[in-house]
Design a protein around this ligand. Structure first.
Ligand SMILES: Cc1ncc(COP(=O)(O)O)c(C=O)c1O
Length: 350
C-alpha cells in the first residue's frame, strides 16, 4: 500500500523522510455492541501498528527514524516517565534499525505496565538513565554529554517533534481513504488521549487537509504545567501545530485554509499523570468486555470521555486507540529486574 500522504501530495515523496516500519492502514471497526447512548461507536485500531509492539508511537517513528537517518545520526536521545510507551517503541525501532538509544527517566506511580516497560526498554538495549523528578529529567535531557556530539538526535518526550506529528497528519489522510472506501462514515468526533501532543496536533492538521468536518477532541492526561513552564496546554499543542504547518508550507503544501485550533479537554485528568480515575476504571472494564485492552495512564481516561461523547452525540464517534495490544509477556519473562540500573532497582523496591 502506498502512503496516503504521498497519494495526496506526490511531490512530497523524496522531500519528506519516511520509512515504512508500521503496518498500515490500521483497521477501523464498529463498536455497535457498546450501545452506550445515542451515537454510533467506532474504534481506530492503532494498537495494531506493529506485529511485535504496536500503539501510536510506531506511526511517529516511521517519520522520526527516517529523519534521524537522513541527518546521519547514530543515536536517539529522549526522555519519558519510567513506564514510557514511547521509550519502548523507540528503543525497539532503534535496535531494529541499527541506532543506539538513550532514555532519561522520571518517576510515575509504579504498576505492572510500568515495570514491564522498563524491562522491555532493557530488552531492546536502551541506555536507561533514571533522574527522579520530571523537572530533574528535563534538565538532564537539555544539559548532558550527548549534546556535544552532532551524531545524536534529540527527540522530545513522546516522539512529539515535527516528524512525529507528520505521522498523525498521514494517519488522518489514511482515515479519509477508509471513509472513501466505505469502511466507516465520516466521524462527527474523534476522541484521543493527549500527552506530548503530536497525536492531537497531527490529527487536527490532517483532518483539515483531508477536508473532513470532523472535530478532533484531545483528552489531556499529562500535567498542564511543569513548574513555571506550560507542558500540556492548548498553547503547547498549537505551537507544535504551527511548527508542522510551517514545515508543510515549506515543502509545498500551500492549500491551507485558516488552520483550525486544537480542542483539548482537561475534565478527565483526575489527580495526576498515571493516577487512575474512577470513570477510567469503569471504562477499562467496559472495553475489556469488547476485547479491547486499555491502561490507566492514557487510554482509560480517553475512553471515559468517548463514552460521555456517545451519550450525547447522535452521530458517528471514533475512539482513536493508541495503546499496544500485542502480548509482551513472553519477552518480559526473559528480562530480569536485576539487569536494570541500580538506582532504578532501588526505586522499584521502595
Ligand atoms: C498509549 C499512549 N496513548 C497516548 C499517548 C499520547 O500521545 P501523544 O504523546 O502524541 O500526545 C501516549 C504517549 O506517550 C501513549 O503512550
Amino acid at each position: 500500500m502506498s502512503l496516503p500522504l504521498f497519494d495526496v501530495y506526490p511531490s512530497l515523496e523524496g522531500q519528506v523522510s519516511y520509512q515504512a516500519l508500521a503496518t498500515l492502514p490500521t483497521p477501523v471497526e464498529s463498536l455497535e455492541q457498546l450501545a452506550l447512548g445515542k451515537g454510533n461507536a467506532w474504534i481506530k485500531r492503532d494498537d495494531l501498528t506493529h506485529h511485535e509492539y504496536g500503539g501510536n508511537k510506531i506511526r511517529k517513528l516511521d517519520f522520526i527514524i527516517a529523519d534521524a537517518k537522513q541527518q546521519g545520526k547514530k543515536r536517539i536521545v529522549t526522555f519519558g516517565a519510567i513506564g514510557t510507551n514511547h521509550g519502548v517503541a523507540t528503543s525497539m525501532m532503534c535496535q531494529q534499525q541499527g541506532l543506539a538509544c538513550t532514555v532519561y527517566l522520571f518517576d510515575q506511580p509504579i504498576s505492572k505496565t510500568v515495570q514491564q516497560n522498563l524491562q522491555l526498554m532493557q530488552h531492546y538495549g536502551a541506555e536507561l538513565i533514571y533522574c527522579g523528578s520530571l523537572f530533574a529529567t528535563v534538565l538532564r535531557y537539555y544539559l548532558n554529554r550527548y549534546r556535544l556530539d552532532k551524531q545524536n538526535y534529540f527527540l522530545f518526550a513522546g516522539g512529539s517533534n515535527i516528524a512525529g506529528t507528520m505521522g498523525f497528519v498521514n494517519a488522518a489522510l489514511e482515515l479519509k481513504q477508509q471513509i472513501d472506501r466505505g469502511e466507516i462514515p465520516e466521524p462527527d468526533v474523534i476522541v484521543c488521549p493527549v500527552g506530548s501532543s503530536a497525536t492531537l496536533a497531527g490529527l487536527t492538521i490532517g483532518c483539515q487537509l483531508a477536508g473532513l468536518n470532523t472535530t478532533v477532541k484531545g483528552i489531556r492526561v499529562a500535567p498542564a504545567r511543569l513548574g513555571p513552564f506550560p507542558a500540556c496546554t492548548t498553547g503547547t499543542v498549537s505551537t507544535l501545530m504551527k511548527q508542522t504547518q510551517s514545515y508543510l508550507e515549506g515543502v509545498g503544501v500551500t492549500e491551507k485554509a485558516k488552520w483550525k485550533k486544537p480542542v483539548l479537554i482537561s475534565d478527565y485528568y483526575g489527580e495526576g499523570y498515571g493516577v487512575a480515575t474512577r470513570p477510567g476504571e469503569l471504562a477499562q472494564l467496559t472495553m475489556l468486555k469488547q476485547g479491547i485492552k486499555v491502561e490507566q495512564t492514557y487510554t482509560a481516561k480517553a475512553v471515559a470521555a468517548f463514552f460521555d461523547e456517545l451519550a450525547t452525540n447522535t452521530g458517528d464517534v471514533l475512539y482513536w486507540h493508541t495503546y499496544n495490544s500485542q502480548d509482551m509477556a513472553p519477552i518480559v519473562e526473559t528480562v530480569e529486574h536485576k539487569e536494570l540500573p541500580e538506582e532504578l532497582q532501588a526505586f522499584l523496591a521502595r
